[in-house]
Design a protein around this ligand. Structure first.
Ligand SMILES: [Ca+2]
Length: 212
């Protein structure tokens, strides 16, 4: 396997075979499946406090100290870290490409009540997110929500570059969403992420959350 970051920051990975033993451990990104079908936790706001539940319930607004407020001076140079970013991309979006038998179907537990099923088992049956737009070239947290009653392999291609095959662990059942998190290099502007398995079925895909 050859892995590296291209000039534009896109993660480049070359895997020779679609199914190799323990493929996940060989991949150059964080692999952190969780069992929660959670909605991304919004960043805490420094300007509010939790609602008090005393007899007289009220909301107290706390303003940050002057030193933490946004500077009023236009003299800003060399930011120390990129601005936080968060976006959600539904698998069933009409902007995506669902090849062959892949199609959107209802699942109560899924985001917006829909997942894309029947991805894989043939080279024609794939799902391609076409508009994962990010503000800057760099590395992002990419969390994939999916449903798969048994462990299933999927080959992921980022902007046409294959990351090789990885195994999505089994979700609790065929109706409950699970997540798999990766760290991927993306380019400023729209990116494509494609899910496929030419020889066996892949999971049902719900959505992708991209954060920084
Ligand atoms: Ca969905």
């Amino acid at each position: 396997m050859i892995v590296g970051l291209g000039a534009a920051g896109a993660l480049i990975a070359v895997m020779p075979e679609p199914k190799s033993p323990a493929p996940v451990a060989q991949l150059p990104f964080t692999y952190a499946p969780t069992t929660e079908a959670a909605t991304p936790t919004p960043a805490p706001s420094p300007s509010t406090s939790p609602v008090r539940t005393s007899a007289a319930t009220r909301v107290r607004v706390v303003h940050p100290p002057a030193s933490r407020r946004a500077p009023t001076s236009p003299a800003t140079t060399a930011p120390t870290s990129p601005a936080p970013f968060q976006a959600t991309f539904e698998a069933e979006s009409q902007r995506n490409v669902m090849g062959g038998q892949a199609r959107a179907m209802p699942r109560d537990d899924a985001s917006d009540g829909l997942v894309v099923r029947f991805v894989g088992n043939n080279e024609d049956n794939f799902l391609r997110f076409t508009s994962l737009t990010v503000p800057d070239t760099g590395t992002y947290n990419v969390r994939i929500q999916y449903i798969s009653g048994d462990p299933r392999d999927t080959t992921i291609l980022v902007n046409g570059h294959s990351l090789g095959s990885m195994t999505f662990p089994a979700s609790p059942d065929w109706y409950t969403v699970d997540t798999l998190s990766l760290r991927l290099g993306l380019n400023a502007g729209p990116n494509t992420i494609e899910m496929r398995n030419d020889t066996d079925y892949a999971p049902d895909f719900d959505r992708i959350d991209v954060t920084r």
